[in-house]
Write a protein that binds this ligand. Sequence first.
Ligand SMILES: *[C@@H]1O[C@H](CO)[C@@H](O)[C@H](O)[C@H]1NC(C)=O
Ligand SMILES: *[C@@H]1O[C@H](CO)[C@@H](O)[C@H](O)[C@H]1NC(C)=O
Ligand SMILES: *[C@@H]1O[C@H](CO)[C@@H](O)[C@H](O)[C@H]1NC(C)=O
Ligand SMILES: *[C@@H]1O[C@H](CO)[C@@H](O)[C@H](O)[C@H]1NC(C)=O
Ligand SMILES: *[C@@H]1O[C@H](CO)[C@@H](O)[C@H](O)[C@H]1NC(C)=O
Length: 196
Amino acid sequence: MRAFLTSLCIIFALTATGLCLNCEHCLNIHGGSCSGASVKCKEDEAVCVSRRENTTIENDSRLSMFKGCMKYDPNICDTILHGGNDRFQNMMYNKCCKEDNCNRESFTVPPLNLTENGLECPTCYTNSSYECSPNGIMKCTGKEEQCYYFSATIRRPGLPFGKHASQGCVSTGCCEFCLPLLKGMTYTEIKNFTCM
Ligand SMILES: *[C@@H]1O[C@H](CO)[C@@H](O)[C@H](O)[C@H]1NC(C)=O
Ligand SMILES: *[C@@H]1O[C@H](CO)[C@@H](O)[C@H](O)[C@H]1NC(C)=O
Ligand SMILES: *[C@@H]1O[C@H](CO)[C@@H](O)[C@H](O)[C@H]1NC(C)=O
Ligand SMILES: *[C@@H]1O[C@H](CO)[C@@H](O)[C@H](O)[C@H]1NC(C)=O
Ligand SMILES: *[C@@H]1O[C@H](CO)[C@@H](O)[C@H](O)[C@H]1NC(C)=O
């Protein structure tokens, strides 16, 4: 079986389908960089990723970095995924690449697109309840083309788990694929995550 898999790897390597990729693997939830050992990816993981997260409440920003293997997804690779309002923001950027251990290289997170896109969303934020009612309106920018409502038990790096509810603008499609990617801001229980 092992010999069979190894020969598959060689065949796929020769045909450059991206199988049997090796990527640097590490996680630092208390800072924006990390380094680690090279690991072999699973067969369906076609890219190496460096994922920088920034979770901010008021003026308190906490950065995290994850590096590893990932399935290729054009919704996730090389785009800023962002959600929040004037008080709470959660951002991640997944830098993807396809060569062995290419995620060892440094990269820069592109600036947020701050051009208004015409959508307006209600806003609220609380850390003491699973519900919050709109107390403002914000103009969405760039590819944040949906309004969201998020209610969960969350933990930002270095802080305890606590209640959270917020509303604001979010990157299109985030309800479908954002939560499972998070390494910095984690959650135990999702009460509601709706994008509309
Ligand atoms: C993190 O996000 C906050 C809020 O969007 C921003 O002000 C801050 O500059 C970001 N930090 C980094 C290092 O990107
Ligand atoms: C956040 O930082 C700005 C600029 O440094 C300051 O004016 C403001 O009072 C700060 N807000 C809080 C809640 O700390
Ligand atoms: C909730 O927010 C208040 C005000 O910003 C802060 O003082 C308090 O520590 C926060 N509580 C938790 C559990 O994060
Ligand atoms: C920034 O966002 C606006 C509004 O969605 C869009 O029209 C524009 O093409 C974006 N610019 C870039 C460089 O992506
Ligand atoms: C989740 O939030 C949406 C938008 O506020 C709301 O319409 C829906 O009823 C909520 N779902 C649950 C299960 O609370």
